[in-house]
Design a protein around this ligand. Sequence first.
Ligand SMILES: [Zn+2]
Length: 115
Amino acid sequence: MHEMSYVIRFVNRAIETAEERKAERVKRILVSVGEMTDVLPEYLHRYYPSAVKGTILEGSVLETKKEPVCVLCASCGKEYHPEKDNGYACPRCHGTEGKITAGRGVVLEQVELES
Ligand SMILES: [Zn+2]
């Protein structure tokens, strides 16, 4: 299950963030899961408790949200959500050369510290 490697990665990032802010406990973290990944949030939730055991994150809540794919059109600069119906082309100029700017990874969005 490759989800575990994602969990370890964002847990480590969250620990770093918490340590940088000199926190003693973390209450909640928010992770966005890109639409283009094959990561299932339920697995992230399943592995989370064992991944944070014994760390500053132990007992914290993991929240996940879906992040839609976003493409930046190389021809006209429009950012859009690719739709299958038009062959994932840009809705403004119909260009198909674009760069994916969001929705491709598992990203740590927020670390909420206990105050
Ligand atoms: Zn365009």
